[in-house]
Write a protein that binds this ligand. Structure first.
Ligand code: FAD
Length: 414
């Protein structure tokens, strides 16, 4: 019988993997199962151009539908996988049927972390949103009207990108963050202040180091009326027409753990994307993998990681062994300004900046042991490739020359 690879999760990683198998000449059957109503699509525009109405639905799709036909990829949308039966190599599907596999790839991504606040139990307010999918944007977009009061809980990339879109659409935006600065887990104070200033200039209000205490609901518990918080110890109630919660992601690992696979902040895989079961792989946001860059294990949530991880899985499934070796990188767009980050700055000893924060064109390099371990490049896309090379080459650099915009970055990476 023809060999069958089944991919669970028709997202960025699953979509790339299915197409990648065909591009590499895989001849068996490829089944791509996803519980959403859409073919694989890009999520980054959800909090940017798609929310703003500048990107259409079909532009979100990774590939036109005809490509799946041409590649003989059996795409089954609206199909949820409920369980994995490893002994018989079968899956239980949402409609009660079973489906056999020879190789299984879990590309189940993650879901938005819910807000657990007292008083919210059992309530499903219509104007309380998270942002992970097309249907989330479709549910909230009609409420993005000029003058509307939007409260965003969480000062990560998704919250900040939505804030940027919302103020440009004329909403009054207040962003609440528990940490004393924005993006505190992923960047240094220089870049946090820059981002805060960028948003303040456009009218976004912030409550940093604040504690969200609860949501005020209407009597029917169908609408949020306000958000109560403590700011510098002082209680405050913010009126809200809509509330967006952007406090991170929970990886979808339940299928794997119920099937007895190891899970530890993601489905545990090796550098070839393999779980301990030789017939099951896991890729993308749901997977926790060894990182040649950090020397430890890591779970990344980014498009470049989903693409690279699917490439590694294609190689594994085609019988070639190509370990994951890419350096983490990410981008964000706010007010038309491109922010690009490479590496992880955790544990840096010195931050060297280059360019002009006032001119909204600058880079921040994070050094440890005289080596650049990470960089944030803002409004200087031409510098990003060189920044990537600096991080990956691990060469020692002279901090003074690094900070001198007249010295070509490439000459430091050489
Ligand atoms: P996903 O794309 O989440 O796909 C997983 C799919 O599996 C989903 O469709 C899910 O519904 C489905 N699924 C789960 N369980 C099952 C099941 N049991 N049965 C069937 N189907 C199932 N990254 C960047 O690099 N740059 C950005 O600017 C950026 N912006 C972003 C903005 C937003 C609003 C969001 C939400 C993400 C953003 N990301 C960005 C992150 C990036 O989109 C993700 O890292 C990427 O989508 C991960 O791909 P994935 O395939 O692992 O997961």
């Amino acid at each position: 019988m023809e060999e069958r690879i089944v991919i669970v999760g028709a997202g960025q990683a699953g979509g790339e993997l299915a197409a990648g198998l065909r591009k590499q000449g895989y001849k068996g059957r490829v089944l791509l199962l996803g519980d959403e109503a859409h073919p694989p699509y890009q999520r980054p525009p959800l909090s940017k151009g798609f929310l703003q109405g500048k990107v259409s639905l079909s532009d979100l799709y990774l590939k036109p539908l005809a490509t799946y036909e041409r590649f003989e990829i059996e795409l089954k949308t609206g199909t949820r996988v409920e369980a994995i039966h490893r002994s018989s190599r079968e899956l239980s599907l949402g409609d009660g049927s079973r489906l056999g596999y020879d190789k299984l790839v879990l590309a189940t991504g993650g879901r938005a972390r819910p807000l657990n606040l007292p008083g919210l139990e059992g309530a499903r307010p219509e104007n309380l949103f998270a942002l992970r999918s097309i249907s989330d944007v479709e549910a909230m977009r009609g409420r993005f009207v000029p003058g509307g009061k939007l409260v965003i809980i969480g000062g990560g990339y998704v919250g900040l990108e939505v804030a940027a879109v919302a103020v440009q659409l004329g909403l009054e935006v207040t962003l609440l963050e528990a940490a004393p600065r924005l993006l505190s887990r992923v960047t240094g104070p220089e870049v946090s202040s820059f981002i805060e200033r960028l948003h303040r200039e456009r009218g976004v209000r912030f409550r940093l180091a604040c504690e969200v205490r609860g949501l005020e609901l209407d009597e029917a518990r169908r609408q949020v009326r306000g958000v109560s918080l403590a700011y510098h110890g002082v209680p405050e109630l913010l009126e809200a027409d809509l509330v967006l919660v952007g406090i991170g992601l929970i990886p979808n690992t339940e299928l794997a753990s119920a099937a007895g696979l190891a899970v530890d902040n993601g489905i545990v895989v090796d550098e070839y994307a393999c779980t301990a079961d030789p017939d099951i792989l896991a890729i993308g946001d749901c997977a926790n993998q060894p990182s040649a860059y950090t020397g430890g294990r890591i779970r990344l949530e980014s498009v470049p990681n989903a693409i690279e991880h699917s490439r590694v899985a294609v190689a594994t499934l085609m019988g070639k062994r190509e370990p994951y070796a890419a350096i983490p990188w990410f981008w964000s767009d706010q007010y038309g300004l491109k922010l690009q980050m490479v590496g992880l700055s955790t544990g840096y000893e010195q931050c060297v900046t280059r360019g002009s924060a006032e001119g909204k064109e600058f880079s921040a390099f994070y050094l440890k042991d005289r080596r650049v371990i990470a960089a944030d490049v803002i409004g200087r896309p031409a510098e990003f490739m060189a920044a990537k090379r600096l991080v990956s080459s691990r060469v020692e650099v002279d901090a003074t020359r690094l900070g001198d915009a007249a010295v070509p970055l490439n000459s430091l990476a050489a």
